[in-house]
Design a protein around this ligand. Structure first.
Ligand SMILES: [Fe+2]
Length: 335
């Protein structure tokens, strides 16, 4: 394949909205267990951030009758980069429009992926400004480390369930400049998952094939926790208070991240991802492909036991096909 000059127009994953049918319980969980700060709240949503997130918020928690994912928001590298990417999205034929009035950032381009996930791309952003009492003595830290729970440090990535991994990944690669760092392909043709990034991180977004056939769902939202001792501490807390730990603490082969997966009270799967995995600086990076001969033994989990069947089935919103598959695998999905 000929070398294609990388596009560096999208800077980072900035914010993700998740829906919860148990708003108060979810909000309490993110504040109390994960040490996130509530920056604002209106009748429908709370705006939260981790103590090293630099913008107004990194997660919007919205009341809904079902769990799931709302808007996934990206910050462009510059105003010019924003215009270039909007032109590319428009040329792709995917629907999009300019929107205004979203808390935390200015004018944004709203577009949908082929599967229907709603994304925003923006430049103008509202930075978090600490009060004197909130100001950290560590000058590189946006805010004092909180005293509650085992606090997460920043938003890390989102993993979405899609009906067609290759189609949706290609859209993100061609219009936004994402690079496919790793993927899972069975039988030489069936792409089951991939990990995409615009930075040296292995991923800011991942895609998992939705075996229910539904698509347009959330697999998980991930926060970076820092060091492994903190992951063991949060595992202890979750167990103590009866929250469902799905997998981990353990280490993925793919991404090399140390992880734990659990369900927040609203039913969304949350990951705490740490130790940074590995970083990529090679501009000629070739996608690392795992297959049926090595995914189960090394790729999915490198250290720490197997991923349970529900990891490959459960997502939000819960759909009947997925619930049936989970029941067949004798797994209890969260409400
Ligand atoms: Fe993840």
């Amino acid at each position: 394949m000929t070398f294609q000059e990388p596009i560096h127009d999208v800077a980072q994953l900035a914010m993700v909205e998740i829906f919860t049918p148990k708003y108060e319980e979810s909000l309490n969980f993110f504040e109390t267990f994960l040490g996130m700060y509530k920056q604002a709240e209106d009748g429908k949503s709370a705006y939260l951030r981790a103590y090293e997130d630099r913008y107004h918020h990194s997660m919007k928690l919205t009341r809904s009758d079902k769990a799931g994912v709302g808007v996934i928001s990206w910050r462009a590298m510059s105003p010019q980069a924003l215009e270039r990417r909007v032109a590319a999205i428009a040329a792709s034929g995917q629907p999009g429009r300019w929107v205004e009035g979203h808390k935390g950032y200015g004018r944004a381009y709203e577009f949908t992926t082929p599967d229907g996930h709603v994304n925003h791309l923006f430049w103008d952003v509202e930075y978090f400004k600490p009060t004197e009492a909130q100001r950290s003595r560590l000058l590189s830290r946006a805010q004092k480390r909180p005293l509650s729970g085992v606090p997460v440090r920043r938003l890390d990535h989102v993993n979405i369930m899609v009906s067609d991994v290759t189609k949706n990944a290609t859209f993100m690669q061609e219009t936004l400049g994402f690079q496919k760092r790793e993927n899972v392909v069975f039988g030489g043709k069936d792409e089951l998952a991939c990990w995409l990034s615009v930075s040296p991180l292995v991923h800011e977004i991942a895609m998992t094939k939705d075996n229910s056939g539904h698509g347009n769902r959330l697999h998980h939202l991930a926060f970076w926790y820092g060091s492994q001792g903190q992951m063991l501490d949060i595992a202890d807390l979750l167990k103590e208070y009866g929250l469902h730990i799905e997998a981990g603490p353990a280490k993925h082969g793919i991404s090399q991240g140390y992880f734990i997966y659990f369900y927040e009270p609203g039913g969304n799967r949350i990951e705490l991802f740490g130790d940074c995995g590995y970083l990529i600086f090679d501009p000629e990076w070739k996608t690392v492909t795992w297959d049926e001969t090595n995914f189960w033994s090394e790729g999915g989990v490198w250290i720490g036991g197997d991923l349970p069947q529900d990891f490959f089935v459960y997502g939000t919103p819960i759909v009947e096909a997925a619930a049936e598959a989970a029941r067949a695998a004798e797994v209890e999905p969260a409400e």
